[in-house]
Design a protein around this ligand. Structure first.
Ligand SMILES: C[S@@+](CC[C@H](N)C(=O)[O-])C[C@H]1O[C@@H](n2cnc3c(N)ncnc32)[C@H](O)[C@@H]1O
Length: 247
């Protein structure tokens, strides 16, 4: 990513608010998003870097790679850098105009023969075809729970045999003790990255009805029901995981 996208520090919830409205991926969030996600999601940079490794391993010549909920294009950029086939194409989708505009800008300076098309649309309407890799990096958690199976099934149907879905998510633990422990560790991570207790509390309340995490067994069962042959947790840090599901 170009340096300007690293510079804006997230102070969105730094001042006390009378009323905390629902979180939106609008212009103010897009402006600070790289800083926000890096300081809020433990392991985010590692996950992005490993998407490059996964893309190198699982891409197929002439296939399409989808980045669903691409935000500023970090996953697209990492995969594009490592793709061994020039005739692959990447489709990067987000329904936030501010995010897509910045993603397009960020990728403009990256030199690569791999074509990227950006689409500003709801991923529920995105047609998936001839895919070797589909990435949903911390995006399914923002889709209505009732629509999640349909989304996963559509991805499965659009993947080539042997194709993979990388699904990264914040997860919820049924066991209350474990849920509290992981939530505490996540908040400690945010505090260590400079967020105040006020920022943590206000952001949490903004996300309350917007980011709805599933537990790991719900994810695994849904992927298996959709038809995925294997489902592996390849990354976990506290209450954040990434799964690799192969068709
Ligand atoms: C946490 S961010 C994803 C981060 C990004 N994948 C990355 O690796 O940096 C979630 C993104 O999903 C997008 N999003 C949420 N619901 C969506 C939907 N129904 N259709 C398209 N994009 C959606 C948001 O606008 C936001 O940019």
């Amino acid at each position: 990513m170009p340096p300007n996208d690293h510079n804006d520090r997230d102070r969105i919830y730094a001042q006390a608010r009378d009323y905390v409205s629902e979180f939106e991926f609008d212009e103010s969030v897009a402006r600070v998003f790289d800083d926000m996600i890096s300081r809020s999601v433990p392991g985010y940079r590692t996950v992005i870097a490993m998407l490059g490794v996964i893309a190198q391993r699982y891409s197929r010549p002439g296939s399409t790679i989808y980045d669903l909920g691409c935000s500023l294009g970090a996953a697209t950029s990492a995969m594009r850098r490592h793709l061994p086939f020039d005739d692959c194409a990447i489709v990067a989708v987000d329904n936030s105009p501010a995010m897509i505009a910045k993603a397009r800008d960020n990728l403009r300076t990256q030199h690569s023969p791999v074509h990227v098309s950006f689409r500003c649309e709801d991923i529920m309407t995105t047609e998936i075809t001839h895919a070797s890799i589909v990435v949903m990096n911390f995006t399914l958690q923002f889709i209505e729970p009732k629509d999640r199976f349909e989304m996963i099934k559509k991805i499965f149907d659009g993947l080539l045999p042997g194709g993979v879905l990388v699904l990264s998510e914040k997860i919820f633990f049924e066991d209350a003790v474990r849920q509290n422990r992981m939530t505490e560790l996540h908040h400690a991570f945010k505090r260590a990255n400079g967020y105040s207790d006020l920022e943590i509390a206000q952001k949490r309340s903004a996300l309350e009805n917007v980011l709805i995490p599933d537990d790991i067994s719900t994810h695994q069962a849904r992927l298996e029901l959709a038809g995925f042959r294997t489902v592996d947790v390849w990354f976990q840090c506290f209450n954040f995981v990434s799964l690799l599901a192969q068709k």
